[in-house]
Design a protein around this ligand. Structure first.
Ligand SMILES: *[C@@H]1O[C@H](CO)[C@@H](O)[C@H](O)[C@H]1NC(C)=O
Length: 229
């Protein structure tokens, strides 16, 4: 019955979306990314419908796709989606600026920062604060612990936007350092993504959720290849 209740709540959340599909929230799983997942899910943070990526990958990092698109191509695919969340076009531009600032500061591929943002918040600058399965609050565009968040607000100053993306990228830099430190290549980025989501990593299966979101690395690797929602 809890399933039905959740489904109804999720549908209520999408009532304004004309494309609302059947929502099947997964029970007993929460994370700092999203608490519902299936073929189609609704971000409890943005209310925007999230599709699971078309393929499911699991195993060590080299089982996941590494055909990353170029920055321009990825940005063009995602900027309209960011705008659809309610972020203004000015917010969209500031997110772009902040991604490059954080990329330079922490030596992380800007494409990786972009897809983490898409996975975590879809680029909604007014995203709400959520809680990891351990009850740790995670806030802002990159939904990170200890990061700033500005729930319900849009048209933010560059400084606030930068603060959120610097915070998330700093957190991710710490994760990268645990796996060799390379912020530009999949062998290091993919295990670090699992750590970003779960706080721990089963190196032999990066889709082992360890309490968080199973499809996290699978989805993000497909975002790097051009899949978007
Ligand atoms: C996500 O949650 C896990 C488990 O609580 C935590 O270890 C990890 O640091 C969190 N990630 C971020 C980006 O805050």
């Amino acid at each position: 019955m809890a399933f039905i209740k959740n489904a109804i709540l999720a549908l209520a959340a999408t009532a304004s979306l004309t494309t609302a599909a059947v929502i099947a929230p997964r029970e007993g799983v929460a994370s700092n990314e999203t608490t519902v997942a299936s073929e189609s899910r609704v971000s409890e943070k943005t209310g925007v419908s999230i599709m699971s990526a078309p393929q499911w990958y699991s195993g060590p990092w080299y089982n996941y796709p590494t055909n990353w698109l170029g920055w321009e191509d990825l940005w063009q695919r995602n900027d309209d989606m960011i705008r659809l969340t309610g972020s203004t076009w000015d917010d969209v531009g500031r997110i772009n600026v902040a991604i490059w600032e954080a990329s330079n500061q922490y030596s992380v591929d800007p494409r990786v920062i972009l897809v983490i943002i898409m996975q975590e918040s879809h680029g909604y600058v007014g995203v709400r604060t959520t809680y990891s399965y351990q009850g740790i609050p995670t806030a802002g565009l990159m939904q990170c612990s200890g990061c700033a968040g500005f729930p319900g607000q849009t048209n933010l100053p560059q400084e606030w936007t930068t603060e959120m993306i610097m915070g998330g990228t700093a957190h991710f830099r710490g994760n990268l350092d645990n796996w060799g430190g390379n912020g530009w290549e999949a062998w290091c980025v993919y295990p670090a993504l699992r750590e970003y989501n779960s706080g721990q990593v089963n190196w032999n299966d990066l889709s082992d959720p360890l309490g968080a979101t199973p499809e996290y690395v699978s989805d993000v690797s497909q975002r790097l290849g051009g899949w978007y929602d």
